[in-house]
Design a protein around this ligand. Structure first.
Ligand code: ZN
Length: 144
């Protein structure tokens, strides 16, 4: 498998037109993480409405893998119950760690990122938005 195979059309589409991206103010930013190995930088804001994750916004400057992963993630988890969000995080991370074979219906567009698991240097790029989201959930449930 060539690295080029990673950059499938769906990844490029999310990279060029990221969903749920916005410039975030410092006072609404819940999580701020960097991957110095690649230069990826991500910030997130979100709210809880009852048990639902709402108003998720992402500010990400990084490589195509990180940006596309953040965009697909935001699309997959927005307005979902927190329990479903947690289970998507677990599923995605298990797939990227190679512990679980990807099922298209688990993740939708996110299966496009499964090939990243073959490239240890890029796994951090794909998983960072998910670790950040996990931290967001933690911040929100503490703040509640
Ligand atoms: Zn990266």
């Amino acid at each position: 498998m060539q690295l080029d195979d990673l950059y499938q059309e769906v990844i490029l589409d999310h990279y060029r037109h990221p969903r749920h991206f916005a410039a975030l103010r410092d006072d609404e930013t819940l999580v701020d993480e960097e991957n110095p190995l690649c230069g990826d930088h991500i910030r997130m804001a979100a709210k809880l409405a009852g048990e639902r994750l709402t108003d998720l916004r992402v500010q990400c400057t990084g490589c195509a893998i990180c940006t596309a992963s953040a965009s697909m993630m935001a699309e997959a988890v927005s307005d979902q119950p927190v329990s479903a969000v947690r289970s998507k995080i677990e599923t995605f991370l298990a797939i990227l760690r190679g512990e679980q074979p990807p099922q298209a219906d688990d993740l939708g567009d996110l299966v496009a990122l499964r090939g990243v698991a073959e490239f240890p240097m890029r796994v951090k790029c794909a998983t960072m938005p998910w670790h950040a989201l996990s931290a967001v959930l933690q911040r929100l449930s503490v703040a509640k």
